[in-house]
Design a protein around this ligand. Structure first.
Ligand code: NAP
Length: 493
């Protein structure tokens, strides 16, 4: 039976679009990109809260092969990322392959027919030669189950479902969470609400954000001489490689780098917040890099405002008009914002049920064994599957580094498949085991195992305490490996 599609790609964010571009360049034209949301852009379509912006400079946080000279700021606002996604989709003619509002529930490898059968909510099934899952890491919103929250009579807004009509003016607001999302949002709510209480469980490392509007003359220069933007990208990549990759992954060897980043964050806090007690409460008690640090010039200063209070006592329960902390204090509120992030390890690895050869269920197998994926993209017994958001795939530098190295992996792998005129590829058990051993050993040098991370509550760690998200190599190694991995690591049939 001829499958309906060359490839089904689940997810129309930057990962899925990158995969579609790579597949089209390889000559695969029958693509179906299935997206749960009502438009493309992934994170940048879903997240629309005030203050949303990239926190990796835009010269880096974009496809290197599709530079955008029109970013208005060094750290572009979220709406510009959504426009950039639309531009990419238009330029590479991707929209015609996309379907929106389509929830993929299950995919099963049909060994007899040598194809994937993909089941969509509502009963439809489609068949495809390749399956690419590009469902993102941070795509399943997490809402804690606080006692009494169902009786709370005010408004509740999760940051991934922002209500644009809600203005907070004159309100008593509360926000739960102090991750990268909250850091962007808190200054915005504080400037509108009458009162804001910030419920913090774990403080976050925040380093200053060297942000500025990119003058039109520089934008014109970027457009006319693309080399200048490439140079800006290289400089920024080098800085980030030091802070986010070397300082975190090579903590044992480069403690100084890590300590310098922590020092910069501490100094930033010292000069930004007047109250000593608040500074103390905002100081992380775990090493820099155990959980993802963030960049902001506004976050710390917000705690100097008369209307903003940091609350570190744990939440015990909700009442219809208040939050009650474990010391019995009531904080009356009108609106509750949940900046409580995402569930990665319980529901997102993988985001749909995937059944491979011999009935192997990927989610079950990962949980019964260890979370693992060869080069963060392929898994034994799953022929013709490219799982983009896999354990050990995430580059510390930028998500676009992950995407582009995976595109390079696809080019090498599928190029070989075409040369051999083969129908299927499947990574060998040996290659997968060797990769897992190698990353496990490398991670031994990282801040995750060498540093003090136990109190960080970081989503980098899974339920078994393994830091199985980041690829523990330099960015250049990611690209090198993606274009030179031994072809004998795969079986082609
Ligand atoms: P997050 O980093 O997972 O933060 C969730 C926050 O909610 C944490 O402070 C967490 O506290 C708190 N929380 C969760 N459950 C709680 C509970 N039951 N009680 C009290 N507090 C609770 O999520 P996020 O802020 O949405 O950011 C996720 C990631 O998205 C970031 O790390 C970043 O990679 C990305 N992001 C990027 C940008 C950007 O580039 N512009 C912006 C936003 C986000 P604990 O720490 O104690 O668990």
């Amino acid at each position: 039976m001829t499958p309906q599609f060359d490839a089904v790609i689940v997810g129309a964010g930057f990962g899925g679009m990158g995969a579609a571009i790579a597949l089209a360049q390889l000559g695969y034209s029958r693509l179906s990109i299935l997206e749960r949301e009502d438009d493309l852009g992934g994170t940048w379509h879903v997240n629309r809260y005030p203050g949303l912006a990239v926190d990796i400079a835009s010269v880096t946080y974009s496809y290197s092969f599709e530079p955008n000279p029109n970013w208005t700021r060094l750290f572009a606002p979220g709406a510009e990322l959504k426009s950039y996604a639309e531009h990419v989709a238009a330029k590479y003619d991707l929209r015609r392959s996309m379907r929106f509002g389509v929830v993929v529930e299950r995919a099963e490898w049909d060994e007899h027919q040598q194809l994937w059968t993909v089941s969509i909510a509502g009963g439809e099934t489609v068949t495809s030669r390749f399956l690419v899952t590009a469902t993102g890491f941070l795509s399943q919103p997490y809402t804690p189950d606080f006692p009494g929250i169902e009786d709370f009579a005010g408004k509740i807004i999760h940051t991934t479902a922002w209500d644009q009509t809600h203005d907070f003016v004159g309100e008593k607001a509360a926000i739960i969470g102090t991750g990268a999302t909250a850091v962007q949002l808190i200054p915005e709510i504080a400037s509108r609400a009458h009162e804001l209480t910030v419920f913090q469980r774990t403080p976050i490392w925040v380093v200053p954000k060297v942000d500025f509007a990119i003058p039109p003359v520089v934008r014109r220069l970027f457009a006319r001489v693309p080399l200048t933007q490439r140079m800006a990208r290289s400089v920024n990549n080098t800085i980030l490689e030091g802070i986010m990759v070397v300082g975190v992954l090579h903590f044992r060897q480069a403690k100084m780098m890590n300590r310098a980043a922590a020092l910069a964050a501490r100094a930033h806090l010292r000069v930004s917040v007047r109250s000593k007690a608040t500074r103390k409460a905002l100081t992380p008690h775990y090493d820099f890099g155990c959980k993802r640090p963030t960049f902001s010039n506004k976050y710390f200063r917000t705690f100097n405002r008369g209307n903003t209070r940091l609350e570190t006592t744990s939440i015990e329960r909700f009442e219809p008009d208040a939050v009650v902390t474990t010391d019995g204090r009531r904080t009356p509120i009108d609106t509750l914002v949940l900046a409580t992030g995402f569930n990665l390890w319980d529901v997102n690895f993988p985001a749909l049920q995937i059944v491979g050869r011999e009935g192997r269920d990927l989610g079950q197998w990962w949980r019964d064994n260890r979370f693992q994926a060869y080069e963060g993209i392929a898994i034994p017994k799953f022929p013709n599957l490219l799982s983009l958001n896999s354990p050990y795939s995430y580059s510390g530098l930028s998500y676009f580094t992950t995407i582009e190295s995976q595109m390079a992996h696809m080019r090498r792998l599928l190029g070989e498949l075409q040369r051999r005129d083969a129908a299927t590829f499947e990574v060998t058990d040996r290659a997968n085991a060797e990769f897992l051993d190698a990353v496990t050993e490398k991670l031994g040098d990282s801040v995750f195992y060498e540093g003090k991370c136990s109190s960080s509550r970081s989503y980098y760690f899974n339920q078994h305490g393994e830091a199985a998200l980041l690829r523990p190599t330099s960015t250049s190694n990611s690209f090198h490996a993606a274009s030179t991995f031994p072809l004998t690591d795969y079986e082609f049939a």
